[in-house]
Write a protein that binds this ligand. Structure first.
Ligand code: ATP
Length: 516
């Protein structure tokens, strides 16, 4: 096994990034308020550096629990609190520890070593999520070759799935297999969709492939993101308690943030929200709290443009991506982030899993063979706006959020941060991961010569900017310049404009014909 093979194995054995807890810095006035405008009180995060722990700990400076203010969590130590709402069987299985695992293990998530240092910590119903993860991933891997190859624009997507004869009255109610959804641009128009299979699982949602219910052959396909509400909200014993209300408010804020962002932005390289299952998600600023009833919370399904290539984590885990594709993907991702930053939106959860690829790899290769067609269609859509935020031009963010492997040191250290620069840090991490086939702050492969790396946590390594080139060490690729300048101290870090102007990205821009 060469050094490169080993590095590739490490990356491919890695599992999807868990999210950090989302909470505010105690010293900074709360800027994010609940839907009623009342500020949310949080359990003060503990930010002292000692909490980085000793060699055997892999703690970020604050507990990694999504619900810091939940009373049974708040009183616990960081370690205890991570486990408080997470049954041991539901802990995420991270493969980062399996440095020398055979390649076969890459595709068999149930065999990866359990790394207790990395815990799935979000509000998802854990017991349901953990077993689903492995099977869903393998399902998705095996289903990619059969996906539709048709090149579809959003307009085609809506147009084909819309049927004049459908009226809300004529529709049968939504069942598990059938979904009725109204267009966000005109809620009087409805789509009727039939479920095909699950295509993704996130910490906060399950994602399914649906198609136009009316036609079986060559039907238009869409992705439906079904939001998973936390167990604490679904099985609340006391829905009037402050804890319940606070949790509801947090979940509602995150949902509205995502819906608002998706409805307010329009860029080819950003996922398109086409419809929702209930018009309340378009019309109300409090869609959950205003509609909660004895039957519980109103289910939320977002109908999104479908990306048949899956997410970049999966694609890069299964294939060695050719340089031309990697460069094109990164360029489109940069364009999406530039659009957001220009519109004063920060994404705050940029990671491989949230970069969706419009077509499967073999289709992309065919498209690339026809150079005249290659620049005509976008191939990337940035997804998951649950942590995004609108900012003022000079505003610093205070919410500690993001995904473990991609967060910038300033977020880890708990100081107010420029969300745009934390986004470019994450872009640097993504580009490094694509080039090196491993994440920059994972432990070094054992076979790498030189100074022995101290045993420490990912957070430690991030806070010390402790990363290095391995596979690419002797390469003179211009892509390295971007990583060097993004995975860097914030006062030296490149902003999105600098990335766009770099030869690696600007060289591709001229070939893109789909831009407005
Ligand atoms: N439009 C889409 N087309 C194809 N696959 C999709 C689409 N949207 C989401 N997915 C798949 O589902 C996964 C989860 O989606 P998403 O990231 O939006 O959910 P989430 O619950 O917000 O995730 P996270 O854990 O990052 O918070 C993605 O990583 C991707 O694999």
């Amino acid at each position: 096994m060469t050094m490169g093979d080993e590095a590739a194995n490490m990356y491919r054995c890695a599992t999807r990034a868990p999210r950090l807890e989302q909470n505010e810095f105690p010293a900074v006035q709360d800027r994010e308020r609940d839907q009623n405008g009342t500020s949310i009180t949080h359990t003060p995060p503990k930010l002292s550096i000692q909490q980085f722990g000793g060699d055997d700990m892999s703690l970020l400076p604050t507990p990694l629990v999504y619900t810091p203010s939940s009373p049974n969590v708040a009183s616990l130590s960081p370690v205890e609190s991570r486990f408080a709402s997470t049954p041991s069987s539901a802990r995420s299985k991270k493969g980062y520890g399996a440095l020398n695992s055979p390649i076969a293990e890459t595709f068999n998530r149930s065999h990866v070593l359990e790394d207790k240092q990395r815990i799935l910590s979000e509000y998802a119903p854990h017991s349901a999520l953990a077993p689903a993860t492995a099977s869903t991933l393998s399902q998705r891997i095996s289903s990619l070759s059969g996906v539709a190859r048709k090149l579809e624009s959003v307009e085609e997507t809506i147009g084909a799935a819309l049927n004049e004869s459908y009226t809300p009255e004529s529709l049968s109610p939504t069942t598990d297999e059938l979904l009725t959804a109204c267009l966000v641009k005109d809620t009087t128009q409805t789509l009727r969709l039939r479920k095909i299979r699950q295509i993704g699982v996130g910490n906060f949602s399950d994602v399914y492939l649906y198609q136009d219910a009316a036609s079986a052959m060559h039907a238009t396909k869409v992705a439906v993101k079904h939001v998973k509400f936390p167990e604490e909200l679904i099985h609340a014993s006391s829905p009037k308690s402050p804890q319940y209300r606070e949790m509801l408010s947090r979940v509602e804020s995150s949902l509205i943030r995502e819906l608002d962002a998706l409805m307010g932005i329009s860029h080819p390289c950003i996922t398109h929200l086409l419809a929702v299952n209930n018009p309340i998600f378009v019309s109300s600023k409090r869609p959950l709290s205003s509609a909660v009833s004895a039957q519980g919370l109103p289910p939320c399904d977002m109908v999104l443009s479908y990306c048949a290539g899956g997410d970049l984590f999966e694609m890069a885990s299964q294939n060695v991506l050719p340089d031309w594709l990697l460069r094109r993907i990164f360029t489109e991702l940069t364009l999406a982030v530039q659009y957001l930053h220009e519109n004063l939106i920060v994404h705050r959860d940029l990671k491989l899993e949230n970069v969706l690829i419009k077509y499967p790899l073999d289709t992309l290769i065919q498209m690339h063979d026809d150079q005249t067609a290659w620049g005509l269609h976008h191939i990337v859509e940035l997804a998951d706006f649950g942590l995004c935020r609108r900012i003022e031009p000079d505003e610093m963010c205070t919410t500690r959020c993001g995904s473990e492997d991609y967060v910038s040191p300033e977020i880890l250290m708990g100081v107010p941060y420029d969300g745009r620069l934390s986004d470019t840090w994450a872009l640097g991490v993504i580009l490094y991961a694509l080039l090196e086939e491993r994440l920059p702050f994972d432990p070094l492969p054992a076979a790498i010569p030189g100074k022995r790396q101290r045993r420490s946590s990912t957070a430690h390594r991030i806070s010390r900017y402790e990363w290095r080139w391995i596979k690419m060490v002797d390469s003179d690729s211009p892509a390295k310049q971007i990583v060097d300048n993004c995975v860097n101290r914030k006062n030296l870090r490149w902003n999105i404009q600098k990335i766009l102007e770099s030869p690696y990205v600007s060289g591709v821009l001229t070939s893109l014909k789909f831009l407005p």
